[in-house]
Design a protein. Structure first.
Lengths: 327, 396
C-alpha cells in the first residue's frame, strides 16, 4: 500500500460534546484521512473531489441535498447506531450513495438498559436514591414500597435482536413473557425464553404489567402507542421505551400518566431529545427519563466505530458491505 | 455464622381443641425455583381452604379447619405499633390478627401486669421493637422472637437464648426481591442511570453529550462474595446477561449448582477482587464479616470496578470506601445498606457522585412484605405448637 493515499473521509468534528471520540482517532487515522467539516468548508474546491465517504457519528454531519451535490465521489455513508430514521433514504439512493448502520453491536447494551429501566421503575430506585441522600431525610419510612418483577408479565413490542435479548434477561427474573411482532418467531426461539406470541397487540397490552417497546421507527410504528393503546393497558402497568420517542404519542402519554391511566413510564428516548425544559414529562413523579444512553458504553462505542470503518472500507473497494442498509 | 434449619412442607395437623390455628404449610423455595411453575405468592393462609396433598407444582395451601377462635384465646404477640412511621403495615397486621392477639408496645406498657403473661411471641418488624434484657425479663411466657427479614444482626442471640427464647427469621421470602435489587443496583451504577435521569430533567440541560458513557454489564465479570440463597439467585440473573461469574464463599457449592449458573469458585477472595468488574457483597453480618471489605480489599479491585452491597452496611469499612471512591481507587459503588441507616446528613458518601445509595429497600415490595409476614407467622406458630420450626436461628 506504499505510496497510496488513505481515503478521504468526512467527519463533523473531533472531540467536544458531539465529535468523533478522541480515543478513536488513532484507529481511524490508520485507515482514513479524516477531514472535518471545518477543513472541508475552508478548502471545498480541493477536498470535495477527494471525499469518498462520510463517517456519520451521532447524526453529524447532516447529510442534505447540498452536501451530496458537492461530493461527486461520495460512495458510502456509515451511520453510527442502528436507527436510520434521521436519514433520507430516498435522497441517498438518488445519488447512488450506499448506507451502513451498526445494528448488532448495540443490541446487548440496549437490552441491558431496557431491563435496568424496568428494575429502576418497579423498585423506585431513583426516588429511593433521592430519599437516601436528601438533606431532609430523618428516617426511612416502613410503608415505602415498590413492586416485584418475579411473576409479573412483560409484554415486548418488537421482538427483533434487542427485544429477544430483553426476553432472555427477563426470563431469569421469572417473568411471564408475551411478545408482539410483525412475524412470529420460530418455536425453538419462543420456548428458549418462554415467550408467548400475541398476534394482536391489544392482547399483549391487556395482560402486561410491563410493556417494553423495542421496535424501529418507521411510518408504520409512528405513534404506535397512543391514547387507545394506553387505555388498553392495566392501570398498574409501566411503559418502557427504548425505541424512538416518536413511537409513542407523547401528549397522550402525558395525559395517561397524569390521570393514572397507567402507573408509570421509563423512557430512554423522547421527541425531541432533549425535551424542552418546560415539558410536562419532566415534572411527573411517575416517569424516569434517561438521555438516550441505550448504547452508551465505552466498549460498544468502540465496536461501533470499528464496524463503521469496516463498512466504509468495503464500500470503497466495491466489496460486499457489512451492515449495509438497503435503500 | 448462624445455622438456620429449613424445613420443607409442614404436614397439616388436625385441629386440637383448645389450641389456636395449626397446620401451617409453606412452599419451600427449592420447590419453587426448580422450574415448577409454583408461584411465590400462592400460599394462602385463609382458614376456609381445605388441605390438599402436594401436587406436581408443590403447592400446598394451609387448611386449618378450625373454628374462628375468640380473639382473647389467641396467643399474644407483641409488636411495636400498627401503621405510623415504624409500625407494622396495616395489611400485615390484618394477617397477624388471624392467628394472634396483637399487643402494641403502648398497650403493653400501659398494662404490663396483665399483658406480660399473655405475650408468647414478639413479631420484630424492621428491627423493632428492640429486644433488650429488660423486655425479656418482663415477658415470662415468651417463647419466640419471630423476625421479619433474614438478617438478625440486630438481635443479641446469646442473651435471648439464655432466656430460653427461640429466634426465627424469614430467609425464603427475602431472596428474590433482594437478588433483584442487587442486579438493579449493578445495572443502574454501570449505566449511570441516576446521573442520567438528573441530566435528562435538569433545567440546565441544552443537549445530550455523545461522549457521556457508562460501562457494559453483558459479558463483564461479576464476583459474588457470599453465595447463599440470595447470592445464588443473583448468579442466576447475572447468567442471563452472559456475565462471567466468580464466587467466594465459606464453602464451595456442589458442581451441579456451579455449572447451572456457570460460576467459578475463588477460594481466595483476593483472586475474585482482582478479576471482577463488579463485586457484589451478599453475606450476612457476623463478627467474621464485619469490615470484610476494607482498604486492602478495595485496593485489590480494578480501578474500573464497581462495588455493590446488599448485605449490611457494617460489612464494608465505610471510611475506606469514601476514600476509595474519592481517589478513584474503584470506579463506583452502589449500596442498599449503610451504617447507620440513614447516614448522617453531612456524611461524605452523600456528596460523592460515583455512588448510588438506596434506603434499604431490598425487600420493600408489596409481595415481599406479605411473604415475610406469612413466613414469620408460620415460624411463630410452629414454635408455639411444638412443631418442627422452618427457620430457627441459633447463636454461634
Amino acid at each position: 500500500m506504499e505510496g497510496q493515499e488513505l481515503p478521504y473521509v468526512l467527519v463533523d468534528c473531533i472531540g467536544g460534546k458531539h465529535g468523533v471520540y478522541e480515543d478513536h482517532v488513532e484507529f481511524l487515522e490508520k485507515h482514513f484521512r479524516l477531514i472535518t467539516m471545518k477543513e472541508y468548508l475552508e478548502n471545498k474546491k480541493f477536498l470535495s473531489e477527494k471525499i469518498r465517504a462520510v463517517y456519520m457519528w451521532y447524526h453529524k454531519p447532516v447529510i442534505n441535498k447540498e452536501l451530496l451535490q458537492s461530493l461527486p465521489n461520495l460512495k458510502i455513508v456509515a451511520s453510527s447506531g442502528v436507527g436510520i430514521d434521521h436519514l433520507d433514504l430516498n435522497l441517498l439512493s438518488s445519488y447512488g450513495v450506499k448506507l451502513s448502520n451498526t445494528p448488532f453491536v448495540v443490541s446487548t447494551d440496549s437490552a441491558d438498559l431496557g431491563v435496568a429501566l424496568m428494575l429502576a421503575s418497579s423498585r423506585r430506585l431513583v426516588e429511593g436514591h433521592q430519599m437516601a441522600v436528601s438533606p431532609d431525610t430523618e428516617y426511612f419510612p416502613a410503608d415505602w414500597l415498590g413492586a416485584e418483577l418475579s411473576g409479573a408479565t412483560l409484554g415486548i413490542v418488537g421482538m427483533g435482536t434487542i427485544g429477544y435479548k430483553v426476553a432472555e434477561r427477563a426470563k431469569a427474573f421469572e417473568m411471564k413473557i408475551l411478545y408482539h411482532n410483525r412475524n412470529q418467531r420460530n418455536k425453538e426461539e419462543e420456548s428458549a425464553v418462554g415467550a408467548i406470541y400475541c398476534k394482536k397487540i391489544d392482547d399483549l397490552l391487556h395482560q402486561s404489567d410491563f410493556v417494553l417497546l423495542s421496535v424501529n421507527l418507521t411510518p408504520q410504528t409512528h405513534k404506535l402507542i397512543g391514547k387507545r393503546e394506553l387505555e388498553l393497558m392495566k392501570p398498574t402497568a409501566t411503559l418502557i421505551n427504548i425505541s424512538r420517542g416518536l413511537v409513542v404519542d407523547q401528549d397522550a402519554l402525558v395525559e395517561a400518566l397524569q390521570n393514572k391511566v397507567i402507573k408509570a413510564a421509563a423512557l430512554d428516548v423522547t421527541y425531541p431529545e432533549p425535551l424542552p425544559r418546560d415539558h410536562p414529562l419532566l415534572k411527573l413523579k411517575n416517569v424516569i427519563i434517561t438521555p438516550h444512553i441505550g448504547s452508551a458504553t465505552k466498549k460498544t462505542r468502540r465496536l461501533m466505530m470499528e464496524n463503521m470503518v469496516e463498512s466504509i472500507q468495503a464500500g470503497l473497494t466495491g466489496l460486499p458491505i457489512p451492515n449495509e442498509v438497503s435503500l | 455464622m448462624f445455622r438456620s434449619k429449613a424445613f420443607s412442607l409442614l404436614k397439616p395437623i388436625p385441629w386440637v381443641p383448645g389450641q389456636p390455628n395449626l397446620a401451617y404449610t409453606f412452599i419451600h423455595p427449592a420447590t419453587a425455583s426448580h422450574g415448577h411453575r409454583c408461584h411465590r405468592r400462592s400460599v394462602d393462609y385463609r382458614q376456609r381452604y381445605r388441605t390438599c396433598s402436594g401436587s406436581a407444582g408443590g403447592r400446598i395451601i394451609s387448611a386449618p379447619q378450625t373454628k374462628v377462635m375468640a380473639e382473647e384465646e389467641l396467643p399474644g404477640v407483641l409488636i411495636l405499633d400498627i401503621g405510623g412511621t415504624h409500625g407494622v403495615l396495616e395489611d400485615l397486621a390484618a394477617l397477624l390478627k388471624k392467628h394472634f392477639r396483637l399487643i402494641t408496645m403502648k398497650e403493653f406498657l400501659e398494662n404490663k401486669k396483665e399483658m406480660s403473661t399473655k405475650i408468647q411471641s414478639v413479631f420484630v418488624f424492621e428491627c423493632r421493637p428492640t429486644i433488650d434484657q429488660e423486655l425479656l425479663e418482663s415477658l415470662p411466657n415468651l417463647k419466640v422472637i419471630g423476625n421479619s427479614g433474614v438478617g438478625v444482626d440486630h438481635l443479641d442471640l446469646k442473651m435471648i437464648s439464655n432466656f430460653g427464647v427461640k429466634v426465627t427469621n424469614t430467609p425464603h421470602a427475602v431472596a428474590d426481591p433482594t437478588a433483584d435489587i442487587g442486579v438493579a443496583l449493578m445495572l443502574a451504577s454501570a449505566r449511570r442511570l441516576v446521573e442520567g435521569c438528573q441530566i435528562a430533567v435538569s433545567p440546565d440541560t441544552k443537549y445530550f453529550a455523545v461522549d457521556w458513557l457508562g460501562v457494559e454489564v453483558t459479558r463483564a465479570t461479576l464476583g459474588i462474595i457470599g453465595m447463599g440463597s440470595i447470592g445464588y439467585k443473583v448468579a442466576q440473573r447475572a447468567r442471563a446477561f452472559d456475565m462471567r461469574i466468580l464466587y467466594h464463599n465459606r464453602n464451595r457449592r456442589r458442581k451441579e449448582e456451579e455449572e447451572a449458573v456457570g460460576a467459578r469458585y475463588c477460594e481466595k477472595m483476593a483472586d475474585l477482587l482482582q478479576q471482577s468488574d463488579f463485586v457484589m457483597v451478599v453475606v450476612n453480618l457476623t463478627p467474621e464479616t464485619r469490615k470484610l471489605i476494607g482498604k486492602k480489599e478495595l485496593g485489590l479491585m480494578k480501578p474500573t470496578a464497581t462495588l455493590i452491597n446488599i448485605s449490611r452496611g457494617a460489612v464494608i469499612d465505610q471510611d475506606a470506601l469514601v476514600e476509595a471512591l474519592q481517589n478513584k481507587v474503584i470506579r463506583a459503588a452502589a449500596v442498599d445498606v449503610t451504617y447507620p441507616e440513614p447516614l448522617p446528613r453531612d456524611h461524605p458518601l452523600l456528596k460523592l457522585n460515583n455512588i448510588i445509595i438506596t434506603p434499604h429497600i431490598g425487600t420493600a415490595t408489596v409481595q415481599a412484605m406479605r411473604m415475610m409476614a406469612e413466613e414469620a407467622i408460620a415460624n411463630i406458630l410452629a414454635v408455639l405448637n411444638g412443631q418442627p420450626i422452618p427457620s430457627e436461628v441459633f447463636p454461634k
